[in-house]
Design a protein around this ligand. Sequence first.
Ligand code: PRP
Ligand code: URA
Length: 208
Amino acid sequence: MNVTVLQHPLAAHFLTHLRDRTTKPALFRLLCKRLTVLLAVEASAHLALRPRIIETPLEPFEGRVLDEPLVAVPVLRAGLGMLDPLVEFFPDVSVGYIGLERDEATAVASSYYAKLPRMSGRTTLVLDPMLATGGSADQAIATVKAAGAGQVLMLSIVAAPEGVTRVNAAHPDVPIFTAGLDRGLNDRKYILPGLGDFGDRLYGTEST
Ligand code: PRP
Ligand code: URA
């Protein structure tokens, strides 16, 4: 399996609180943002830099800056929780949206929305907090590639081995970053131990 799992102790700390069933939506959103910052730092190590000459107050300096603009594509709806920290990190980022929803009975994701900026050759970060069967991530990555994306990176908060294996097989060129690699899926294709339905917990729409 080709996946980078965050090793920083803060990732374990934030993720444990995120998983906790007593964590309410306001804290859940905050923890999601903090984990996304850690994921962005980790994933940034894979981004290309280009030289840039600037003037310090004392003399010219040849430094290096990110080869921007980048594109960020949250998968609606849960991926929206990861967008704010990305935009703060990369202020010039272009943002596209892909709407996918899993059928509750089959766990197969279907598309209901897509709006992408100019992608041609641009490095693209696909944001989806849960990588369960991998069906949503597979579709989202295929969509950005079809639109002309350059290097694609996948950022998730919790991943199941099944999802990683599927995305690795369909998109071996796409590195996956996650805060937690879990045990597997239950019979409803929810991640175990997981954290439940991310979108519901993010937006306070749980029915129980
Ligand atoms: C969740 C999650 C992922 C998907 C992961 O979305 O946000 O997009 O499931 O599952 P998969 O790897 O098996 O495809 P959901 O379809 O529940 O929609 P939501 O974000 O609108 O709640
Ligand atoms: N989507 C979620 O929100 N949680 C899971 O465990 C699986 C898919």
